[in-house]
Design a protein around this ligand. Structure first.
Ligand code: AMP
Ligand code: MG
Length: 378
């Protein structure tokens, strides 16, 4: 057994209902993880413990998917609402048969999309096998399944010998963790192990695709886009994620009804026909907020740097508009950094909702609690 780098870290007052744990932080190389240390982590999973691990999307907070008590502890550790189901992570197609009861149509879709995108940032919602406990699916007859593209994650699942149920490794409502330091801040003292395996390549959560209906539907946009799905399956849809479910209506993806990904700061998105006009507008808004004594953060890209006073405002230039995948990758870290700097209000430029821009705007929109200010033709 190896215990490495015990860290004293994040204290969270808002969820004081669980017993403090002696969290162990373990450093592992992304490309060549130490098998002995991984074996220790797998033992923790087998014993019903909680292990945070890196994936290519965000860090996950994992437990044995077949152990209802361990799964319940995931919800406690995060403060996650009890009706928000978990994604089950598998290391190979042999594990698929343990959790999926889908018929030929679903199997075909999994096999076609899996060939292209697994391991990768795509979760497929399929009919669940009764072996998957209610605690994972929150009573739904379906289960979310993903094969993550990260050596540490795949080896951890393989050595544990069971599929691992894992939501993102953040306190519920906070931005998902794209770095181990985010996990330590939120969950130190609440889980058994945190694996530090470096930064997550994608940096936002997986695409969630419901394959149970006639037309495969994206319930949560991610790095695998609608265009990608249509290319493989010949059909697909991305229902409007801005539409709130009607009163009494059960949302297809329960997680999407919660305000997620929010930093402590208030976030507002500014949209308009001309990005130059949007920037001038934001710059004036920033002045107004500062005059009211607020600390202002601005989320832009390197093209927008000229428009804002970096000495007076916390300006984050997240990559370039020509590469929305990089902007997406940097989003959650930027939101957490604004909080670290004590920013009160974040003014963010809107991005085009094409391809991965859908994932970017979806997360930004939810961080902003739906606050989008359209300045029109200005
Ligand atoms: P997280 O793992 O925290 O990123 O959240 C998982 C997301 O997948 C949530 O938005 C869930 O609502 C969604 N999800 C998981 N399982 C299902 C399922 N069986 N049906 C619909 N959505 C699901
Ligand atoms: Mg989450």
């Amino acid at each position: 057994m190896t215990r490495i780098n015990e860290t004293s870290g994040g204290k969270n007052d808002e969820f004081s209902d669980i017993q403090a744990k002696n969290t162990v932080v373990i450093n592992l190389s992304k490309d060549n993880p130490d098998p002995e240390k991984l074996e220790y982590c797998a033992e923790v999973i087998k014993r019903g413990g909680l292990v945070c691990f890196p994936t290519e999307t965000v860090y996950g907070l994992g437990a044995n998917a077949f152990d209802p008590a361990a799964v319940k502890n995931i919800f406690k550790a995060k403060g996650r609402p009890a009706d928000n189901p978990l994604i089950v992570h598998i290391a190979g197609y042999d594990m698929l048969n343990l959790i999926c009861r889908g018929g030929e149509n679903q199997r075909n879709r999994i096999s076609l999309l899996g060939k292209e995108y697994w391991p990768g940032p795509l979760t497929m919602i399929a009919d669940r096998d009764p072996a998957v406990p209610d605690e994972v699916s929150c009573g739904l007859q379906t289960v979310g399944i993903r094969m993550p593209d990260n050596k540490i994650a795949l080896e951890l699942i393989r050595l544990s010998g069971v599929p691992i149920a894992a939501p993102s490794a953040n306190l519920s409502g906070k931005p998902s963790p794209s770095k181990a330091e985010h996990v330590i801040k939120d969950l130190f003292g609440r889980v058994d192990v945190i694996i530090d395996g470096g930064d997550c390549r994608v940096g936002v959560e997986s695409t969630v695709l419901d394959i149970t209906g006639d037309i495969p539907a994206i319930l949560r946009p991610g790095a695998v886009t609608l265009e990608d799905v249509i290319k493989v399956l010949g059909k697909g849809e991305l229902p409007d994620w801005k539409k709130a479910p009607k009163k009494g209506e059960t949302p297809r993806s329960p997680g999407m009804k919660y305000t997620h990904y929010s930093p402590d700061a208030e976030v507002r998105i500014y949209d308009g026909k001309d990005i130059g006009g949007v920037r001038s507008f934001i710059a004036k808004e920033a002045e107004k907020e500062a005059a009211n004594g607020k600390k202002v953060g601005i989320f832009t890209t390197k093209e927008g740097a000229y428009a804002y006073d970096g000495k007076r405002f916390a300006v984050t230039c997240a990559g370039t508009r020509d590469d929305l995948l990089t902007v997406t990758h940097l989003l959650y870290g930027a939101l957490r950094d604004f909080d670290k700097k004590g920013v009160d209000v974040v003014l963010a430029e809107a991005f085009p909702q094409t391809g991965v821009g859908n994932a970017l705007m979806n997360r930004l929109y939810r961080a902003a609690g739906g606050c989008v200010i359209d300045i029109g033709d200005n």
